[in-house]
Write a protein that binds this ligand. Sequence first.
Ligand code: DAH
Length: 340
Amino acid sequence: MKSRIEQLLAEVEAFAGKAAGEVEEFRIQMLGKKGKITALLEEFREVAPELKKEFGQKLNALKVAASQKIAELKARSDEGTAQGPTIDDPTRPGHGTASAAGTRHPISLVRGEILRIFDRLGYTVADGPEIEDDRHVFGALNFPPEHPARDMQDTFFIEKDILLRTHTSSIQVRVMETQQPPIRVVCPGRVFRNEAISYRAHCIFHQIEGLYIDEGVSFADMKQTLLHFAREMFGEKSRIRLRPSYFPFTEPSAEMDVSCNLCGGKGCPVCKGTGWLEIMGCGMVDPNVLTACGIDAEKYTGFAFGMGIERIAMLKYGVGDLRLYFENDVRFLHQFDAAV
Ligand code: DAH
């Protein structure tokens, strides 16, 4: 009997089960109705009286050791479940529940592309406020006081001389007021016009203005810069043409067309059979504008251009309705997932 008690004590000491089920099984094996220790306790009744003291003490010690061990291990496994399941393999991949990453809006994609093209030509980016004064949007840009663009029909006025900018040309005034040539900037931003919303017009849209001022800058420099831009943006086979136009802030002024990148200039519904797409206004900065902004118009010349980002994006991606850019319908936006 003695050796069996010692053997069981060793078993109890060696037991190290962690899971609650394992510990319970061990308890039944040892102290359950048919357990090994229970069986020994029953046998003990038959032990000769002179041996009872010695075996009794040993047996009791075994029972106490087993009960303590089981209580201890149970407490530990309860803590384990209270803290949630144990991590059996921390290197296992996750469950794939992470939400899908967002993608860029087509307007952001096209703005980024335009800015990168001019960045490679050494242009920096300039910024300005959306709420502007009359001087920066009209006055310094050589708009006569009675010019129709100042009319309530086009411009959202906040106060008499405070308004939402109708074009990003206001930023070129801010740049010229604070910097001396050489100046080479592109100015992206939102602009606002009091227009009825339709498939081809919106009261909020995005423009990028460009400005280059230095000694001896010519119309030929402008033409070459804009040809380079058109080729980078629409493909190297692109051609451009400049049509005479009028803007108060440039003289001479032009509208620039790029050859239709869908039909290669043959004529299609997108270019309305002409082979050309109008993409921006441009011209040589009027000396009156240079003078109004504190730049010596005798010494310096320069060119400026302005384009609508929505329009470029429409031509690049074949989008037929301007309103799609503002509705944020994911079925529309997901079509640009793969664009860079
Ligand atoms: N500001 C003009 C517009 O909103 C675009 C423009 C035309 C900007 C000619 C220019 C320019 O800098 O030279 O329609």
